[in-house]
Design a protein around this ligand. Structure first.
Ligand code: DX5
Ligand code: ZN
Length: 226
């Protein structure tokens, strides 16, 4: 199943409810980037943001925690209404199992995110406990960066591992996911596409038109590729 996950840091926050009504019809998930200004050099969104959109959508909401100390925010993020909580591999080295268990204990699904420079082998020992694996295809922190093509073999590794071990976590790509990259991402087995500025919100000021364009571009780029 293909999943389109809209990255709300790129949305028009002044018209959030109007835009959620549109995204509810065209996307299968919502992606909320929570940044603390330390793990990456930006400040964005928060558990309170998730709580405020919760009443306007039934789509699963993923919290992508780009924070130095994710253990401090798991409970608050779960209580705010996140369905998936994704942690950066680089931040959980010494407490990966404990934090994944904490996410599940809160009734949420657990994800891990690999920054471009982090090898797939870093997460291998806890992969079978996960519900989602996200391969960042740009460095964390900003919209509008160039796609890192060296990430395609890493995506392939995540897909092959799950096939070899009979698991069914979602494999997701985040960063510069757009008409220029859909084809290669799809071919390498990506299930979930985080759509930010270049794939969705920057396409058209009218978000309904942008959604239609995104779906057409995805179909054109992926036709017959898998
Ligand atoms: C980071 C965000 C962005 C988002 C930005 O986690 O989720 O990377 O994809 O969109 P682009 O890369 O298209 O500007
Ligand atoms: Zn993200």
């Amino acid at each position: 199943m293909t999943c389109f996950s809209a990255s709300l840091m790129c949305a028009d926050w002044l018209h959030m409810e109007r835009d959620l009504n549109i995204l509810n019809k065209s996307c299968q998930m919502l992606h909320v980037d929570i940044m603390d200004g330390h793990f990456c050099k930006s400040l964005y969104l928060s558990p309170a943001f998730i709580a405020s959109i919760r009443s306007a959508t039934d789509l699963p909401v993923e919290a992508h925690l780009m924070v130095e100390h994710p253990e401090d925010f798991i409970e608050e993020t779960a209580r705010a209404g996140a369905d998936y909580i994704s942690l950066h591999a680089e931040t959980i080295e010494r407490q990966a199992f404990r934090l994944i268990d904490a996410i599940h204990a809160m009734g949420c699904m657990a994800g891990v995110v690999l920054s471009p420079a982090t090898p797939f082998s870093a997460v291998e020992h806890y992969l079978d406990r996960l519900d989602m694996v996200t391969v960042m295809t740009v460095d964390a922190g900003f919209a509008g960066q160039a796609f890192v093509p060296e990430m395609l073999p890493k995506i392939r590794q995540a897909v092959q591992w799950k096939q070899m071990h009979g698991r069914n976590y979602l494999v997701q790509a985040d960063g510069a996911v757009n008409k220029n990259t859909y084809g290669a991402l799809f071919q390498n087995g990506v299930d979930s596409y985080v759509l930010g500025s270049s794939g969705l919100f920057g396409l058209n000021k009218d978000l309904s038109a942008a959604c239609e364009q995104m779906k057409a571009e995805f179909a054109a780029a992926t036709q017959g590729k898998r």
